[in-house]
Write a protein that binds this ligand. Structure first.
Ligand SMILES: [Fe+2]
Ligand SMILES: [Fe+2]
Length: 369
């Protein structure tokens, strides 16, 4: 386990008053999914993708026996390349080919856990879809962050600008996510320290949004800000403590834990001073947000008992594939806080296996005793 993952796990377990040992990810149930992907998506022939995931704890067998053209691969690395070529990012412990029909390959795979949502705590609508504003040439959102852009080509500036604009919109949505979380806490009798932390979280997400919009404007050379956010006329409040806990597990314990880890890993490769300043603040705050989420789960389970614990357990057990969107990337972007997509996926898996799952297992087993 790398230092960032270990320190984050220690921090979260410490916040819960739980011991470091005794974590048992296998306590969480496994699930099985079936997915069909097409050989047509492969570029040319079935070469390997060359992604440099540094953790490689699942499915990274190292040897890539070439499948014959037109034949569905069974080698784990080749299957991973086929999934990625189809834009399907799946996380599995075991996978097997079920059938081939023409160019379509159907696989069945099992896993202990996958994240279903993005990184951070966006405001989600009733269907669980993130609600984000549109970005536009809107002044007033530029803070102090000014990245150094000379020496960057036009393509790199555009990609970095798009990355930070998208992050800014997610951070902006998280402001609403925390305000809704505070209302949920109020609606279900939470103690004042949790409500206060939720209110502080909203202010911190606003600061992240301003920092990210500033970086986006710097790379794009024009003001960038959010348009009005459409809530559909009302905010949705959790119906009971179990729902509040399930949302907190999904949005905070999973989303913000992964966000904290990914931000810290991105910071390690970032050299631009302005980006480093924004990322360092995000790492500090997202770690605090993750602690708040886990602390909220501990409180909710204490108060609500078995129904709440079961709702939380179901979230950790029943989620599906990561949503890492395909995007262009070039190596010079790493210094500007933009990680390679393959690396980001590998790090998300590390955050899950080394931090989220062990902390969840510790929390759930402690409260089950
Ligand atoms: Fe944030
Ligand atoms: Fe956050």
């Amino acid at each position: 386990m790398d230092h960032a993952a270990r320190s984050l796990r220690v921090s979260l377990l410490g916040a819960l008053g739980l011991p470091l040992g005794g974590c048992c990810p296998s306590e969480l149930p496994t699930a099985t999914e079936t997915t069909t992907v097409s050989l047509d998506a492969l570029p040319g022939d079935t070469g390997d993708t060359g992604d440099a995931g540094d953790t490689g704890d699942t499915g990274d067998t190292g040897d890539t026996g070439d499948a014959a053209p037109g034949v569905c691969p069974t080698d784990a690395a080749e299957v991973a390349a086929l999934f990625e070529a189809n834009g399907v990012y799946a996380y599995w412990d075991d996978i097997e080919l079920v059938q081939q029909s023409g160019q379509d390959c159907t696989y069945s795979y099992s896993y202990t856990y996958n994240p279903c949502c993005g990184y951070g705590r966006p405001y989600l609508d009733e269907a669980g879809h993130p609600v984000e504003a549109e970005a536009g040439a809107i002044p007033g959102w530029a803070g102090q962050a000014r990245p150094i852009t000379h020496g960057l080509g036009a393509a790199a500036r555009a990609l970095a600008g798009a990355w930070w604009r998208n992050n800014a919109l997610a951070e902006h949505s998280s402001v609403a996510g925390f305000h809704r979380f505070a209302l949920d806490l109020l609606a279900h009798g939470a103690p004042p320290e949790l409500i206060e932390a939720a209110q502080r979280g909203a202010a911190q997400e606003l600061r992240h949004a301003v920092g990210c919009f500033s970086l986006a404007a710097g790379y794009l050379g024009a003001p960038v800000g959010p348009a009005a956010m459409d809530f559909g006329g009302r905010a949705v409040i959790a119906r009971d403590l179990a729902e509040l806990a399930a949302w907190t597990a999904r949005d905070g314990a999973i989303g913000e834990t992964i966000a904290a880890y990914l931000a810290e890993r991105a910071l390690a490769d970032t050299t631009d001073p302005a980006v480093r300043a924004v990322l360092a603040q995000i790492v500090r705050d997202e770690t605090e947000h993750a602690r708040l989420a886990w602390d909220t789960l501990r409180w909710a389970i204490e108060v609500g008992g078995a129904p709440v614990r079961d709702a939380v357990r179901a979230v950790f057990a029943g989620l599906s594939e990561p949503r890492l969107q395909e995007r262009e990337w070039i190596p010079e972007l790493a210094a500007h806080g933009v990680p390679a997509p393959g690396r980001e996926l590998a790090e998300a898996r590390t955050a899950i296996s080394e931090v989220v799952l062990p902390v969840a297992a510790a929390l759930l087993s402690a409260r089950a005793a």
